[in-house]
Structure formats: structure tokens, C-alpha cells
Design a protein around this ligand. Structure first.
Ligand code: ANZ
Ligand code: ZN
Length: 785
């Protein structure tokens, strides 16, 4: 729209999982209030919706019910569309995106090919998290406490060929750019930890009578003198090379086999009893003091992190300490705390910084300084390590985007040419996962057998499908140009809307979707396909709505609240407004079945009062009412912008009370303001009253008044609402302990009440009873204890 500033408002699109429950409304309804406000503030708001339609949940549900995932998914989309429409959300349905449609997933394949061309999509045999029940590989993020995120089965490790996206190339940028985002601090911290940057050193420990050393990554090279043994991950490649020198090979082999079945998370668990076995016959040499140290293998060392081997410093690392105690390995302290008044000696590892000891010429040095000096001394190399792993996108499942790769005997791995996209998902009848772990697509000979795009010879297609997080990593681009047949989105249209100005969704996506989207955006930027490097400028999370019993809503608890019934009973406006009103948006809380009645009453009272007073003459004379009206305009606008929907609604309620009190003063002018404030929350009712207001006052029953939702948000008079306040200073025994803003005409009783309610003051008073309270109007309150 000409002359208006674009504002891209986005909610995380839903899985078509079945019926929506009231918890699903929560991210959407208050978010729509925000979108409507922005529109009234004069922005050209884009608020699209679609469905994240591929993936395991749909497939599992379809398997359970014995119908095809495509049919099941489309049915659900139909139902959910109806439900979403009943909410009165201002979505632009013409831009709807459904990720399981070839028009959409074609572009997943296209993006994959771009990644492949840049070496960012690659295949590798790697240990993968394998869910024996779902029979599929899972990304690290989908393994929760060692169990499959979907079905709760213990995850095991398996070696298979996997496609990965090289997100690790972007680790530093993903980390650095977090600083400039208007996101919840907690979410940013979680991403930082997930990326897990650590600064340390690579150090080599030679092995006696063997040409290759053991390389370790350590964040504490200052503790090198205290390294009394070494540990290799059971999968470490050196182990098989050392086989002939290992005298207890049978035992070692057995241990390795056992370790294979545990997930990384289980193995890294601090609370877990340590296990391990010494490689008998092997010794490593500590490069600081040339002492021989034993070499162990243990599953608490993870193959995929650092170098897959550690130097163990039991005096200063908790896990090493526990291990050394259990297996009676030497513990040598090399860092003493600066303040050792509480130092208990070696009852536990001391993990802090301090003063060097038992470390030759480095004794008495600060450990922070010794860190890099000792690194130099042993010819180590400073190194930055990231915890972030490459993104495993292969899935051996049916309901996803086929990976556009062909394998040819002559030419090897060949990307499908762009002109042949989309590679359509074959309409399989039997789409169950196979026991051998191969994708069900392999069972369709028609799909599998193809011609090599290079030499024309016989070839086979890749049969894995893509992780659905690929679909959702770029959908916000597609909304800007959803029907485009030539590109995933037109550059001009993308520039007009992106990046997303406000993104709303669950905190559970922090290290998955939100990280993948950031990665993909950076890739698009590097490819010259986008002019922004972060997809979501601002982000807000909704809290979770629990069942009336305070438990997470679920069918098995029987505590699911059905929004359709609520809409039937009370109307969508009441449900929306109550969702806004029920509590702090980012916290959520239990659903109170009777709570909504308060909101219903508020809306009914509004309608009643309107009916009685809308025709009075213009001009608000009552000063008090006028002031509150202007104050409420300011408050509601500011609150909604900062996602404080609950206080916005309550200030509307306060205003209504005042309007009832000053009934005689009300007139179309008051209502014109009030209805506009109400419009984002209760769009249907506000519109209806607005039309009545317009037509009646123009005495033209036939002429339609412009929609309230296209009207401008009312302005407030800053002069008029200036609260007369002052800074009330709180003293305790004459010392200034606190201060807060209070109305000019506050009474002593009111001032005392506010003062005693303040945390700062409570802290000082605790249980003592004040002897005297001195109140100086417009200045201070002094509590004498
Ligand atoms: C010796 C040492 C002494 C360590 C000390 C710590 C304290 P972050 O901060 O997470 O990067 N480590 C290295 N590779 C490992 C692996 N593959 N599996 C398990 N642990 C591994 O942690 C780095 C530290 O974790 C490294 O520093 C190493 O232990 C351990 F007083 O080296 B440290
Ligand atoms: Zn070929």
C-alpha cells in the first residue's frame, strides 16, 4: 500500500495435527490483537498463515488410524482452517502456504541443490541417533534426555550414510548476530549455549613406541601438569591402530560394543556412574613433565566433540575427579584457590581459577596467565571449539521432501538438474518405515529407478526425505510471494517485507527452528538471494495454557478445553479477550472455566451502555472522564505493543467503570474512542457497534460506515494526561533506601501502604515494628525502627 510502512507480523505456523485446543489459540489470538493495533497505527501489516504439513506427527497419527498421511493432513487442514477463521484473526489467507504441496517443497529441493553446490550439503557415514520404535534417525535436538522426542523410546546409536547441512560453518556469525536481536534474553542465552563456543588449546601427548600422538582439546591448558591420565572416546580411531599393543583387547572390544548403544546425552550425564577400561600396554607422555600416564577409554568422552580424547585432570575437573576416585588414579593439584580459607583440599575438584602449583617454572603464576604460557611451552595451538554440530537432515521416512540426488555407477553422486524439480513424493500405499532402516521410498521401483542426469545410464534416486525443519526454515520468505513459479520468492517482494518485524511462537523451538531459520537466512544472504542476515528482528514467546487442573493439556489427562464450544457459547470476542486478560502472556497458566464470565460481563455491559448513551450530544465536558479516556488510549497502545495484553484489557475495564459512572456525559465521541480501543480485542462486536454509531449519527441507515479496523488508532493529548506525580523518597532510620513515583496528592496512609509493600523496604524492616513514621508531603517518608 502506498505511503504506508510495511510491517511483517508472523506467528509460527501450526502442524496440521488435528483439532485445535484452547492452548493453540494462545499464540494466535493475542498475536492478532497486536497485528490489529499495528494496522490501526498506520502500518501496512502482513499477517499470513499456513501449515507445516510434513513430518513425523502427521505420519504417526496416520499410521495409527490406517489412513494415508496426505489425506489425514488435508482433512486436518480443513478443520483447522475453519477453527482459525472462527477466531476472527486478520490473516491474509490468500498467501496460505502448505509445505506438503509440490509447489512448496520444490523449493526445499532447490535450496538443497544450492547448498550442495556450495559444499554445504554433504553426505557422510556418521553415528546417528536412531529411534528403534519410529525407525528413524533423529537430530540431536530431537533427543530429549536420551529419549525420542516423539515416542519416548530410548535412542540408540547407529552408523549410517546421512545428509547434513554444514551449519557449523556459520557458528561464529550465528553467535555474534544474536546481540543485535530484540529477542527474549533467555532464548538468546539458550542459543549461545547450544552453539557452545569455547576457547582452549590443542595439545599433543606422544604415545611411547608409537608414531601418532593423542591430540586433545582442553579449555584449561593451565592444568596440564595435573594431567594424570588420558581418556579416549570408545569410537576413537586410534584404538584400532593400537590393537596389537593392547594386551586386554577382548575386554576393550566388549566395552566399545556396549558404549555404541548409548546416546551422547546419556553418556555426558554428570550424574551417571562412570565406567571405563584401561588400554593396558599403552602409555602416553605428559608433555609438561615427560611423565608416563595411563590411557583409558570411557564413554563420558564423546567422539564428536573436540578431538574425541581428553587429558584428565582429576584435581580440577568434576568428571575426571569422580573417575579417578572410582579407579584409583592419581590426583595432582596444580591450581590453588586465591582465597583458600574455605579450601577443603581434595574432597572435590577445584574448578576455579587461582595460583599455579606443582607446575615447575609456572608455580605462583595466575592460572589465567599460565593458561597460554603453558600452551606455548608444550607447542600447543590456541583453538576455538563449538559445541554446535552439523544439521542432520536425512530422514528414512515417507512424509517429507525427497532429497534431489541421483546415484550413478559411473558418475557417482549427481544432483538432479533444477529443471527436473520438483521430484515428487510417490503416492505410496505402504508408507510404513522399514525395519532395515531404509526409507519406504526405496520400495517404489518407479521412484527408485531413474536415469543419470549426466550420462543417461541406469541410476537410483536418493530415497531419504528431508527433516521438516528444512521446510520451516524459509517459509517466511514464501509468504511474501506464495504463488511464484520461477523462484522461491521474488527478490523485490522479499525486500519489501523481510525481515519479519515481529515473530511469535513457542519457546520450545529455540534451538531447532529458530536456529535453522537464522542459518538459512545467512545462507540466502551469502547467495545474494536476500538483503538481510537475520530473519526475525523481534521475537516473543507465549506461555503455556494448562488445563483447569493445572496440568499440561492433553487427551490422556482429560483436561483439554475445546475452543469451538467456547466460541459457540460466548463468542470469539469473549474468548480472545479472555485469553488476553487471563494473565501475563509469556507465562500462561491454568484455564479458569469461570474466568471468562468476567470478560463476557464486560462485553455485555459495554453493549448495554452503548445502547443507552450513543446518541447524546458531542463534546466531552467532564474533565475526569476525558483525562482517563486519553490515559487509556496511551496505556492500551503501549501495553499491546509490549505484549502486556492483560493490563491493556484491565485498563479498558477501568475506563468502562468510569463511563458507567459518568453515563450522562457519554456521547459518540467517547464511543468512537472506546470502540477503536476495543477493536483489536473484540473485533466483531466493535465493528457492529461502530457501524451503528456511524449510520445512526449520519442519519443514513443505508450508508456503511468505514470499518473500525481500517480506522486510525485514537491519539491522546499528552498535556492533558500529564499525571501530577513526584518522586517519593523512602528513608529508613534516616537513610535513603528506596524511592518511587507517587501522585502529588497522596495521603500519608496511602504512602505508608505503598511503602511497606515494596521489596526493598521489606528487606530492611523484616520483622521489626516501626516506632515512628514521618511523612513530608511531596517529599519523603521516613520510617524509624
Ligand atoms: C582438561 C581439563 C582440565 C578440562 C580442567 C576441564 C577442566 P567445554 O567448555 O564444554 O568446551 N572435553 C574435551 N573434549 C571432550 C570430549 N570429547 N568429551 C568429553 N569431554 C571433553 O569443555 C571443554 C573441556 O571438556 C575440555 O577441557 C576437556 O576437559 C573436556 F581442570 O581438559 B578439559
Ligand atoms: Zn552417470
Amino acid at each position: 500500500m502506498k505511503g504506508k510502512k510495511n510491517f511483517y507480523h508472523l506467528i509460527m505456523f501450526p502442524y496440521p495435527s488435528g483439532n485445535l485446543h484452547i492452548g493453540h489459540w494462545y499464540p494466535y489470538a493475542p498475536a492478532d490483537v497486536f497485528a490489529r493495533l499495528k494496522r490501526m497505527l498506520g502500518f501496512n501489516v502482513l499477517s499470513p498463515i499456513g501449515f507445516d504439513a510434513f513430518g513425523l506427527p502427521a505420519e504417526n497419527a496416520a499410521l495409527k488410524r490406517g489412513i494415508h498421511p496426505a489425506k489425514w493432513t488435508m482433512q486436518n487442514i480443513k478443520t483447522m482452517t475453519k477453527q482459525l477463521e472462527s477466531m476472527g484473526n486478520s490473516y491474509d489467507w490468500s498467501r496460505e502456504v502448505i509445505t506438503c504441496e509440490p509447489d512448496y517443497y520444490k523449493w526445499n529441493q532447490w535450496l538443497f541443490l544450492r547448498m550442495f553446490r556450495r559444499g554445504l550439503a554433504y553426505k557422510k557415514k556418521a553415528p546417528a541417533n536412531w529411534c528403534p520404535k519410529d525407525k528413524t534417525v533423529l537430530a540431536n535436538e530431537q533427543v530429549i534426555d536420551g529419549k525420542c522426542e516423539r515416542c519416548g523410546t530410548e535412542v540408540v546409536q547407529r552408523e549410517i550414510d546421512q545428509w547434513l547441512f554444514k551449519i557449523t560453518d556459520y557458528a561464529e556469525r550465528l553467535l555474534k548476530d544474536l546481540d543485535k536481536l530484540d529477542w527474549p534474553e533467555k532464548t538468546k542465552t539458550m542459543q549461545r549455549n547450544w552453539i557452545g563456543k569455547s576457547e582452549g588449546a590443542l595439545v599433543e601427548f606422544p604415545i611411547s613406541n608409537f608414531q601418532f600422538p593423542i591430540k586433545v582439546f582442553t579449555t584449561r591448558p593451565d592444568t596440564l601438569f595435573g594431567a594424570t591420565y588420558m581418556v579416549l572416546a570408545p569410537e576413537h580411531e586410534l584404538i584400532s591402530n593400537l590393537k596389537s599393543q593392547i594386551s586386554n583387547w577382548n575386554e576393550v572390544e566388549k566395552y566399545i560394543d556396549q558404549a555404541k548403544n548409548k546416546s551422547e546425552l546419556q553418556r555426558g550425564d554428570l550424574a551417571k556412574e562412570k565406567t571405563g577400561i584401561e588400554l593396558k600396554g599403552i602409555k602416553a607422555i605428559n608433555p609438561t613433565n615427560k611423565k608416563e600416564v595411563p590411557v583409558w577409554i570411557a564413554d563420558y568422552v564423546i567422539a564428536s566433540y573436540g578431538t574425541g580424547a581428553i587429558m584428565a585432570v582429576p584435581a580440577h575437573d568434576e568428571r575426571d575427579f569422580e573417575f579417578a576416585k572410582k579407579f584409583n588414579l592419581p590426583i595432582v593439584e596444580v591450581v590453588n584457590p586465591k582465597d583458600n580459607s574455605n579450601w577443603k583440599g581434595l574432597e572435590a575438584a577445584y574448578v576455579g581459577e587461582g595460583i599455579m602449583a606443582n607446575s615447575g617454572q609456572f608455580n605462583s603464576m595466575d592460572s589465567e596467565k599460565a593458561r597460554w604460557e603453558i600452551t606455548k611451552f608444550v607447542n600447543g595451538e590456541r583453538k576455538i571449539n563449538y559445541r554446535l554440530r552439523d544439521w542432520l537432515i536425512s530422514r528414512q521416512r515417507y512424509w517429507g521432501t525427497p532429497i534431489p540426488i541421483v546415484y550413478c555407477k559411473n558418475c557417482g553422486t549427481v544432483p538432479v538438474p533444477e529443471k527436473d524439480l520438483p521430484i515428487k513424493l510417490p503416492p505410496l500405499k505402504d508408507f510404513k518405515p522399514a525395519d532395515d532402516g531404509r526409507s519406504p521410498l526405496a520400495r517404489s521401483k518407479q521412484f527408485l529407478n531413474t536415469k543419470c542426469p549426466k550420462c543417461g545410464g541406469k541410476a537410483e534416486r536418493e530415497t531419504d526425505t528431508m527433516d521438516t525443519f528444512v521446510d520451516s526454515s524459509w517459509y517466511y520468505c514464501r509468504y511474501t510471494d506464495p504463488k511464484n513459479k520461477k523462484a522461491f520468492a521474488d527478490g523485490k517482494k522479499m525486500r519489501a517485507w523481510l525481515p519479519v518485524n515481529m515473530y511469535i511462537g513457542g519457546v520450545e523451538h529455540t534451538v531447532l527452528h529458530l536456529l535453522y531459520s537464522r542459518f538459512l537466512t545467512k545462507f540466502l544472504k551469502d547467495e545474494g538471494l536476500a538483503d538481510f542476515s537475520e530473519p526475525f528482528t523481534a521475537l516473543r514467546h507465549q506461555g503455556m495454557i494448562l488445563g483447569p487442573d493445572g496440568q499440561k493439556m492433553s487427551k490422556s489427562h482429560g483436561n483439554v478445553v475445546d475452543p469451538d464450544n467456547l466460541v459457540k457459547q460466548f463468542g470469539a470476542d469473549a474468548v480472545r479477550t479472555y485469553l488476553c486478560f487471563m494473565g501475563e502472556y509469556d507465562r500462561g497458566g491454568p484455564w479458569h472455566p469461570t474466568g471468562i464470565l468476567g470478560v463476557v460481563r464486560f462485553l455485555n455491559r459495554t453493549a448495554d451502555l452503548f445502547e443507552k448513551t450513543r446518541d447524546k450530544k458531542p463534546g466531552i465536558r467532564n474533565k475526569e472522564l476525558k483525562k482517563l479516556l486519553h490515559q487509556t488510549v496511551k496505556k492500551v497502545g503501549e501495553d499491546v505493543e509490549s505484549f502486556k495484553f492483560n493490563t491493556a484489557v484491565s485498563s479498558l475495564m477501568i475506563l468502562l467503570n468510569k463511563m458507567e459512572e459518568k453515563k450522562a456525559e457519554l456521547n459518540p465521541e467517547t464511543w468512537s474512542v472506546f470502540l477503536r480501543l476495543l477493536a483489536p480485542f473484540a473485533p466483531h462486536m466493535a465493528e457492529e457497534l461502530w457501524q451503528i454509531l456511524g449510520t445512526r449519527n449520519k442519519k443514513q441507515e443505508t450508508r456503511k460506515y468505514k470499518s473500525v479496523h481500517l480506522k486510525k488508532w485514537p491519539e491522546f493529548d499528552a498535556e492533558l494526561i500529564k499525571e501530577e506525580t513526584f518522586e517519593l523518597v523512602v528513608q529508613i532510620n534516616g537513610k535513603v533506601r528506596d524511592a518511587f513515583t507517587a501522585p502529588i496528592n497522596i495521603t500519608q496512609a496511602e504512602a505508608e501502604k505503598l511503602t511497606f509493600g515494596r521489596e526493598n523496604v521489606k528487606k530492611y524492616i523484616s520483622n521489626s515494628k516501626p516506632k515512628r513514621i514521618i511523612f513530608v508531603p511531596r517529599r519523603l517518608i521516613n520510617i524509624v525502627l
